[in-house]
Each structure stands twice: as structure tokens, then as C-alpha cells.
Write a protein that binds this ligand. Structure first.
Ligand code: PLP
Length: 465
């Protein structure tokens, strides 16, 4: 076989891709026929494909490239670390400087007494760690039956068997024999789709109280933890009404339930604070981190746990760990990424510049005929597509049909925007400038107009009279 490089023609790369590469979350047969777009380079907030097209990446990869693409400093740190100590583990009785330095830095950044980090290679592994951590914690405290974890329908917490069980994605639960036992799901606080005649505030309280009802039903002595993202990401960038989180915190405190904040998306500046928990005002006992920890430049994640949990777990041998827990190259890259986030004041840039600028323009999208609510927190945002915004109507077509049309229009207009059902979402690099925000909005408006025309042509929505 000839050497496969960027210089091969697109069609040849696509054919090889179709023949040998299985894509995640894809129907590979259909994708192989269509041909996947080949991404060859990236700089700042733009990707380049094998045809030389420049694509504005409004998803920061998979919600992860917080500092933007093309930062040489990270490449240099990785090369230096690879030469010095490319790999060693931290099992048993060894450690190394990148893991020590990164854990100490994360403890410094994390709020409250979240001072201890258990590393993983990504968010799924970290959430698997959390399942074992909380169950071991309660067992060590003499309550082994306090082992049920409550999560939310439509949540995404990863793709491993454990983390996908925590997640509440129906399509994932339909395949491969999940969920595992003793995971329970309550409803998500999606007022637009499910709020009915309730005000957002009433609905937020009602959805939070589902946690209390579940605890009462399952038994306070059976429920170990509640896990949720401060702002639900892959579930559709669902921003809970203001009443939701204070009530969740009250319930966790009242029943002695550990609160796990999945910060895989919300962490490291995405919501305008270092952690989403600070934005929504909660005090988690455990945080899951990944993605923005290294801005996606190296695979790394982890669980940050409180002093109390670390002390209890420390009383036993915790029989858990990954070959790549605290991988020195990934840890060194993550540390350099945190240096850039801090020294370049990127979290402040989100809070003071990018998010306020985007918010005004984003909320104005609700004036588009195809758009119902437009929600935004920091640099993650969503719009609900609707055939009739006054009644918050859903499309009669299968959920996702309209979202898919809109997503494809964006793709054709060189804009990466994702759909979740009939909701469109963005999570761009945090370094997006006001001029790039303007450009993104131009492409979004064009794509929405084209999608609306196509939806009307397909008879899925009436033309405005
Ligand atoms: N948790 C959340 C909230 C996520 O969004 C994701 C991935 O998108 C994960 C966990 C899983 O992380 P990973 O893909 O790194 O395993």
C-alpha cells in the first residue's frame, strides 16, 4: 500500500476511511457511501479540509478545544516530555512530576475542599471511577447498600458501560446491555420542551423535587449520589431554570447524598467561571473533568474529590486504575494548557468579552421564524427549532429530522454546529473574537434561512402567510 498522507486525493482517502475506519456514533455503512469530510489542519477557530475549505468550528471539536487550535507551546511541551519520560505509571509506589504538578494545579483551581485528583484518559473513564469511588466510600463508611446513583434522562456521561449507564440516552441504552444495576434516572429540566403551562421557576422546582421523590421511593439509605452536568451539554445545552440547582443542593444536603458535578464540558472556562458548579452555585463532592483540561490536545480526564472522600477511600486499597492514569505527556500538556488559560486570562475573556457579546446576538436568534427559545450560558448555547413558537410546538416529523436538515445546511456553509433532536447547539473555542462571533452568526443566519426553505418545501412547516 502506498503511504497515506494529506497529499492523496480526497476520494482516495475517503475510500480507505470507508474500508477500514469505524467512526463513533455513526451508521458506518451510509457514511462510507457518502464519504466523511477529511480534516487536514486547524488554526485558531478554523479547520481546513482536504479540499482546502475553511470551516468555522463552533463546537471546538467535541466541546474541548478551549484555547483554540495551533498552539505550538503544547506541541513543544509534549515533545520535551516524551524525550524525558514518555511513560511511567503511578500505580503502587511510584509517581512523577507531571502528575504531581497537574494534580496540585487542579486542586488550586477547584473550589472548596476539592483537593484530590484521580486521573483517567477521558471523561468516560473518570465517570466509571466515580461509580466505584462513591460505592466504595459508602461501603467504607459501613453502608454498602447505599449504592444507587441517580442521574437524568437524556444525560450524556460517556460511552463506556458504566458511564453510559449513568447517562440517560435512550439510543445508547437500547444497545449492548446497559444500564448496569442500581442506576436510576429522573427527568431533565428542559422547560421549553416539557414545561407545559408551568412557569420556568415552577418547572425548575418540580424537576428538582423529582430527586427528592426518587430518594423517598428508593430509600435514603440506598441512594449514594446524584450526578449531573451544571449545564447539560450533549443533551441539548439545557439551561435549568434558576430555581433548580438551589433545590438540588438542598435535597443532597438533607439526605446525605453525594453530589457529582460532571464538569467535562462545563469545566475550564466554558461557562465564564473555572467550573460550571460556580456558575450555577453548587458545592459538589466530586467533579468529573476532561476535555478542556488539555483543550483536547492530549487525552486526559479525572475525578476531583473532597478531603472527606479522599480520607475515607484512603483507608482501604482502592482496586481501580488505568494504564494511562496521569500519563506524563498528557499531564504535561494539560498543565501547559492551564498555564495558557490562566496567563492569557481566557476565563475572564469569556466572562467579560466573548460571552456578553455573543449573548446579545444569540438571544436575537429567537426572532428567526424557525427558532423558539435561544439559551446561552458563557460559551455554550442552544436554539430550539419549532414550527410555531407561540405554542412551543414540536415538528410532526421524527425528532431530529429538522435538526438534521439544519445541521447539514451549516456543514455546507462551512460551519460546524451540532443538532440534538430538533435543537441546535454550539460550544466554540473560548478564544473566539467578536469578529469571529459576527462571522459565525452570518453563517448561522444563512443556514437557518436555507433550512427553513427546505423544511417548508418538504411540507414540515407552513410558509408564513
Ligand atoms: N461527560 C460529559 C458531560 C461529556 O460531554 C462527555 C463527552 O462528551 C463525557 C463525560 C465523556 O468523555 P470522554 O468522551 O472523554 O470519555
Amino acid at each position: 500500500m502506498s503511504t497515506i498522507t494529506n497529499h492523496l486525493p480526497t476520494a482516495q482517502l475517503q475510500a480507505l476511511d470507508a474500508a477500514h475506519h469505524m467512526h463513533p456514533f455513526s451508521a458506518n455503512g451510509a457514511l462510507g457511501k457518502e464519504g466523511a469530510r477529511v480534516i487536514t489542519r486547524a488554526e485558531g477557530v478554523y479547520l481546513t479540509d482536504s479540499e482546502g475549505e475553511e470551516i468555522l468550528d463552533a463546537m471546538a471539536g467535541l466541546w474541548c478545544v478551549n484555547i483554540g487550535y495551533g498552539r505550538d507551546e503544547l506541541a513543544e511541551v509534549a515533545a520535551r516530555q516524551m524525550r524525558e519520560l514518555p511513560y511511567y505509571n503511578t500505580f503502587f509506589k511510584t509517581t512523577h512530576v507531571p502528575a504531581i504538578a497537574l494534580a496540585a494545579k487542579i486542586a488550586e483551581l477547584a473550589p472548596g475542599d476539592l483537593n484530590h485528583v484521580f486521573f483517567a484518559a477521558g471523561g468516560s473513564e473518570a465517570n466509571d471511577t466515580n461509580i466505584r469511588l462513591v460505592r466504595t466510600y459508602w461501603a467504607e463508611k459501613g453502608q454498602p447498600d447505599k449504592n444507587i446513583i441517580i442521574s437524568r434522562h437524556n444525560a450524556y456521561h460517556g460511552s463506556s458501560v458504566g458511564s453510559a449507564s449513568l447517562g440517560g440516552m435512550a439510543g445508547m441504552h437500547a444497545q449492548g446491555g446497559i444500564p448496569i444495576p442500581n442506576i436510576h434516572h429522573i427527568n431533565q429540566p428542559n422547560w421549553w420542551a416539557e414545561g407545559g403551562s408551568m412557569s420556568p421557576e415552577e418547572f425548575g422546582l418540580a424537576r428538582a423535587r423529582e430527586l427528592e421523590e426518587a430518594i423517598e421511593e428508593l430509600g435514603e439509605n440506598r441512594v449514594a449520589a446524584f450526578i449531573a452536568e451544571p449545564v447539560q451539554g450533549a443533551g441539548g445545552v439545557i439551561v435549568a431554570p434558576d430555581t433548580y440547582w438551589p433545590e438540588i443542593q438542598r435535597i443532597c444536603d438533607k439526605y446525605d447524598i453525594l453530589l457529582i458535578a460532571d464538569e467535562v464540558i462545563c469545566g475550564f472556562g466554558r461557562t465564564g467561571n473555572w467550573f460550571g458548579s460556580q456558575t450555577v452555585g453548587i458545592r459538589p463532592d466530586i467533579m468529573t473533568i476532561a476535555k478542556g483540561l488539555s483543550s483536547g490536545y492530549a487525552p486526559i480526564g479525572g475525578s476531583i474529590v473532597s478531603d472527606e472522600i479522599a480520607e475515607v477511600i484512603g483507608g482501604t486499597e482502592f482496586n481501580h486504575g488505568y494504564t494511562y492514569s496521569g500519563h506524563p505527556v498528557a499531564a504535561a500538556v494539560a498543565l501547559e494548557n492551564l498555564r495558557i488559560l490562566e496567563e492569557e486570562k481566557i476565563v475572564e475573556h469569556v466572562r467579560d468579552v466573548a460571552a456578553p457579546y455573543l449573548k446579545e446576538k444569540w438571544e436575537a436568534l429567537a426572532d428567526h421564524p424557525l427558532v423558539g427559545e435561544a439559551k446561552i450560558v458563557g460559551m455554550m448555547a442552544s436554539i430550539a427549532l419549532t414550527p410555531d413558537k407561540a405554542s412551543r410546538a414540536k415538528f410532526a416529523s421524527d425528532p431530529g429530522t429538522v435538526g438534521y436538515i439544519c445541521r447539514d445546511r451549516c456543514f455546507a456553509n462551512n460551519l460546524i454546529m451540532r443538532h440534538v433532536g430538533d435543537r441546535m447547539i454550539i460550544s466554540p473555542p473560548l478564544v473566539l473574537t467578536p469578529a469571529e462571533i459576527d462571522e459565525m452568526l452570518v453563517r448561522i443566519h444563512k443556514s437557518l434561512d436555507e433550512a427553513q426553505a427546505e423544511i417548508i418545501a418538504q411540507g414540515l412547516m407552513k410558509a408564513a402567510s
